[in-house]
Design a protein around this ligand. Structure first.
Ligand code: M6R
Length: 605
């Protein structure tokens, strides 16, 4: 979603704000803007499109302000144009916002009655005018808290004032915000990634917190205007991991890092000496778990779905999977003997966070599987299992998916072992096989040349279908998600056995269908479903680890991947599908790292 930056300094801040906005561009890229206090006045510059456009404007029209706020927008209310771009300013106040103000229509009516004239279609402008109005009668902190009390919904805010011309203010409810500490300057940012080039000392705001930054001081207040102390964290130094290097885009870098992701994750969780899985201080005794509920969105949800097959095969625990946006509104029977697992790369996804919050309010045991360990979801859950993938910048999730599945697989194995539901011998065997995964991933990546050829067949297609059974079904869903989000091509994933119940009607001459058929217990059945597709003219791309026994001259292309343990096959099946989505989008000349309409961190509902 939107990205926020704020800097209070004693030297011009424009260039640093622009550089930080470039880092935040993975969050929002419809439009961008900046406001500084220059010569005692609010100086606002905005543009549609990317931060580069803003940089050009500021090059022609430099701003010398020593404090300011910046924003990259992912439109919610109002089309992405210059007027709707943030900041939204009055004579007195300038505001950048990430989130949604749900009662903005009512607030707007009240403010219009008071004579305020709105320029934009955004929900954010009400904040500007509420602050302007309260400022007439209240001091700074009261003005902010009185404004926040009026707002329903979620927000992270960056604010500057003409009257208080040496401060930048931040406030948070439901959307992430961090403060960074520098030398004679202090920073506000949507995430630590944007601040990392300037500082490694960070404080994360909690809901209800307000921060007031000058160039040499940071103060925090709560919603009752009381000054509070907050913890300062030192971030690990992984700056280099978040650079593109020689890769054309972050997505290709992240695809090619997946063997490293797997290696690091395995190293973190498998004790090399004992050959056992490290899982200390787990918040519930595995023997006592009555049910596991796994919750996530998008790709993270697909990781949960894949793990259902492992948990069910390896344990006797009932498993329930839900997308967070559904889970959070269900009428649920919470149980203290259940384990509620939240999977999220960013750890800031609003729906997943709300689902976690619901569980916390019902006092049940929560565990999160997270990439960003400083995130809201990680900080709120009872127990955190990091995936150790390093920063993932491409909007399309790739290495995080591998990391999420890996941690879920490791968790299912450990729970099974602790409950004595897997034999010691099988447990050791599975761990030994797991250690081969990084090399298997590396080998699978070698299929890129073939995929580049296959991708051409998808260019003119009006749609496509991905099929799989068992744990290949969620991978089919993930393949379809990747293709649609990157190439804007209609793609659906189905359980192969479900085709005859409706989707088979979609098959016509030349329609590309990707069939995932590893040699597992579903193999013969999937192959039969594939034949049904071929018989109706579908152009089949088969991905298997057992091509020699498949007889069909009418398969358009067969891609063979390595044979391994059935539990590890979903990891390998994923790779060609990521590459397929990448190359179709690439042939169409689309923006790989920033597909249209999407954001990396979905912090609105
Ligand atoms: O940060 P999260 O893992 O919570 O994000 C969840 C989804 O928004 C995310 O996986 C999304 O579906 C990706 N763009 C898919 O590539």
């Amino acid at each position: 979603m939107c990205g926020i930056i704020g800097i209070a300094s004693n030297k011009s801040v424009t260039s640093n704000i622009i550089q930080s906005l470039k880092k935040l561009e993975y969050r929002g890229y419809d439009s961008a803007g900046i406001a500084t206090i220059t010569k005692g006045e609010i100086d606002e510059n905005k543009c549609t499109g990317r931060v580069d456009n803003l940089e050009k404007i500021l090059f022609k029209n430099p701003s010398s302000g020593v404090l300011g706020i910046g924003h990259v927008r992912w439109a919610t209310h109002g089309v992405p144009n210059q007027v709707n771009a943030h900041p939204h300013s009055s004579e007195e106040v300038s505001v950048v916002h990430n989130g949604i103000i749900e009662n903005s229509s009512e607030l707007k009516k009240d403010l219009e009655k008071k004579g305020y004239r709105f320029k934009s279609q955004t929900d954010t402008e009400v904040i500007t005018f509420l602050l302007t109005d309260f400022l007439k009668n209240f001091d700074l902190i009261n003005t902010i808290n009185k404004t926040l009390e009026k707002l329903h919904g979620s927000f992270a805010l960056g604010i500057i004032f003409k009257k208080y011309n040496n401060i930048v203010v931040g406030a948070r409810r439901g959307s992430p915000l961090a403060v960074g500490y520098g030398h004679e300057e202090n920073y506000l940012g949507s995430d630590s990634y944007a601040l990392k080039s300037m500082t490694n000392k960070i404080t994360y705001l909690d809901d209800g917190d307000i921060c007031v930054l000058t160039n040499n001081k940071v103060e925090f207040y709560n919603s009752t205007n009381i000054k509070i102390n907050k913890e300062v964290l030192t971030l690990s130094d992984d700056k280099h991991i978040a650079e593109k290097g020689d890769y054309k885009d972050f997505m290709s870098k992240e695809i090619y890092e997946q063997n490293i992701t797997a290696k690091t994750c395995i190293k973190e969780y498998i004790d090399q000496l004992r050959g056992d899985i490290n899982l200390y201080n787990f918040p519930i005794k595995p023997q006592e778990i009555e049910k596991i509920i796994l919750i996530g969105c998008g790709t993270a949800y697909h990781a949960c779905l894949t793990s259902k097959y492992w948990f069910e095969e390896l344990t006797t625990i009932p498993i329930e999977i839900d997308v967070a946006s559904e889970f959070r509104y269900r009428k649920l029977q919470f149980n203290k003997k259940n384990l509620y697992v939240f999977v999220s790369q960013s750890g800031e996804t609003a729906d997943t966070f709300a689902a976690l919050d619901l569980c916390k309010k019902n006092n049940v045991i929560t565990c999160s599987i997270i990439n960003v360990v400083e995130s809201s979801i990680a900080r709120t859950s009872d127990f955190v299992l990091p995936i150790h993938a390093g920063p993932e910048i491409g909007v399309a999730s790739t290495k995080a998916f591998i990391g999420q599945m890996l941690v879920l697989y490791i968790l299912s194995l450990k729970i099974s072992e602790a409950r004595k539901e897997i034999s010691k011998l099988d447990y050791i065997k599975k761990i030994t096989e797991l250690k081969t995964l990084p090399d298997l991933i590396k080998k699978t990546l070698e299929c890129e040349d073939k995929i580049q050829v296959i991708a051409k067949d998808f260019l003119e297609a009006k749609g496509t279908i991905f099929l799989g059974r068992g744990s290949s079904f969620p991978i089919a869903l993930e393949g379809a998600l990747k293709l649609k989000e990157l190439s804007y091509l209609h793609a659906e994933g189905y359980p192969a056995g479900e085709m005859k119940h409706g989707p088979l009607a979609l098959i016509e001459e030349g329609l590309p269908v990707v069939v995932l058929a590893p040699k597992d217990k579903y193999f013969e059945k999937t192959i039969s479903n594939m034949q049904e597709v071929i018989a109706r003219g579908g152009k089949v791309f088969l991905i298997t680890n057992e091509s020699k026994n498949i007889i069909s001259e009418n398969i358009r292309f067969t891609l063979e991947i390595s044979k391994t343990d059935d539990y590890l096959t979903p990891f390998l099946m994923t790779i060609p599908l990521q590459l397929l989505a990448y190359h179709v989008a690439s042939l169409k000349n689309l923006d790989i790292d920033k597909p249209r309409n999407l954001a990396k961190s979905v912090t609105v509902e």
